[in-house]
Design a binder for this molecule. Sequence first.
Ligand code: FAD
Length: 477
Amino acid sequence: MEKEPLNWTICQECLGRGKKSRRISKKTRLLYQIALDEFEKTLGKGTAPLPPKGNLYSCPDCSGSGLLATANPPEANEEYPHIAIIGGGIGGMALAVACLHRGIPFTLYERDKDFNARSQGYGLTLQQASKAIQGLGIFSLKEGVISTRHLVHTPEGKVIAEWGTRKWIQSDIKTSSKRTNVHIARQSLRLALLEQLGGNNKIQWGHQLLDFKEHDDEGIDLSFQVDGKIKKAKADLVVGADGIRSSVRRQLIGENATSLRYLGCIVILGICPLSALQHLNNALLDSATIFQTANGNERIYIMPYSSGSVMWQLSFPMSEEEAKLLSNKGPGALKEEACRRTQWHAPIPQILSSTDENLISGYPVYDRELLKPEVLEKSGPVTLIGDAAHPMSPFKGQGANQALLDALTLARIIFKGCRPLSDWRKAGIRKNALMEFESEMLQRSAVKVQDSAEAAQFLHSEIVLHESDAPRRWFKK
Ligand SMILES: Cc1cc2nc3c(=O)[nH]c(=O)nc-3n(C[C@H](O)[C@H](O)[C@H](O)COP(=O)(O)OP(=O)(O)OC[C@H]3O[C@@H](n4cnc5c(N)ncnc54)[C@H](O)[C@@H]3O)c2cc1C
């Protein structure tokens, strides 16, 4: 990653929100007062008018990031609640960074022994979050690759859809409102967050959360398994950022209420170096094109992974039992199955056969039923972010985007609701911050979970073969 030269602290002008709200005009306030008076005359029978809100605009002092450069990282202010963040994946690391910038004390616990403990090799596409990461002090992703063209093919190689800035520029369609998608390896993004955090020693590696217990006035006791021994810790607030099989979630609401929901398909993933494909001289391998090919059952999606490699993701319907069996057989069997199913147009067979088995993985696809805010209502000073709160299928590429947005939103709300001299100890962190956070998070992510589940169906159906220059989601029904 490109080294960010500076530390960051929050912008005092917008208090780290990146946005400011315009003053509400006298006329609007007056109209509201009239409507309120009218409502009161109905003795509560009519509909109460909503108080006017000032329009938001990007803060000019920090250009909308909510951050300003500083010589030293801010000191933690112990007047804020101390947060135990469980899980050092995308969401947990992002939350730690956002807390660091705000002087909110935290400890980040991760079950893995170190950063590279497991193979975590797959690529992410930053969509909405490509802007949000600036709020985490990441202004450039050196390893990030920008795509300008997206193509959909039939297995014979006929192009049935094309979109992206290259197409829009050619056809003179205005692109100003189009977002830029950045493709990046998950570990590269994690590394950028780790660097913001100040390095490896800022994480309690090898700490697997076992359980936690809330005490009325003394916060929460946590127990971890560390090197085969039990270790205890304390916190005022616990945030479960521990992924789709979250143990914080299990302890909060049980496994049965919203158990894992199998979405009827398996994904097989691989990463292939472009150096192995140079002889093909294929325009699809220009490090700026995403292409997918589908036949109404199998679907393969290939995107730049780094400037020197591509990532492929093959998916197809399969029973849960068969999918588990195939996944357990390991990379050799997964590769064989993937090659057998995709004897399609170039360069697909060549990419799959040139992929090293060490860089192949595959697993059945799950999500969970949507959480309702009421389910968390009695959770006290404990909450969830990212996949722990709202796991979703990978077909919309939204999981990490939502986890990053959750992290930044939660830190911003805690900063405001639990500031020193606020009554958070008396009123409770739930009332001062978590209720607002969970309501925003669950509403924002619900549509992504649903769309991602629908995509697991229609991407493996005839619908995907419809000829139209638009992302496949635009005609899913
Ligand atoms: C193939 C694939 C492609 C994807 N593509 C995209 C994409 O393009 N765009 C996108 O936005 N999303 C994508 N996603 C989804 C995205 O990766 C996840 O949604 C995202 O990583 C969730 O982040 P998280 O922090 O919630 O959980 P994770 O990143 O899963 O992190 C959870 C962490 O918690 C730790 N942990 C678990 N249990 C404990 C415990 N008991 N104690 C301590 N630590 C614990 C784990 O070791 C892990 O490090 C993709 C996912 C896959 C699999």
